[in-house]
Design a protein around this ligand. Sequence first.
Ligand SMILES: [Zn+2]
Length: 144
Amino acid sequence: MASSPCPLCEQPGGELIWQSALYRVILVDEAGYPGFCRVVFNRHVAEMTALPPEERTALMNAVYAVEETLRSELAPDKINLASLGNVVPHLHWHVIPRWRDDPHFPAPIWAAAAREAPTRPVDLTRLKAALASRLLMLESFAKE
Ligand SMILES: [Zn+2]
């Protein structure tokens, strides 16, 4: 079977916030979910266990750094972490801030919407700067 083109090999997959040799962090434009990020591994692999241990650790540390930044900047009620890859089998983690009044709470964001997205003003410029700063710190620490 010929391999079909992979969207995450061809494009960043969203607004690029941070890029390292191993992974990138993108901001997802999804109604009701300001601050929704994805941490995308740069190489085309499908599963965490396809990576050597040090790369798994580096990738998860980036996921945790994004989670911490979303918590401190947005104070959501919950963070959802998800790695599915059924549609696009290129390793990526969804880091999703959740609020009790968001369109799908308490179901996963991929469920049928239960309500309209509330207005939630978020300073995305500030959030992007905070994410970049946190990820830069992580990268500097990893190189020591
Ligand atoms: Zn790919």
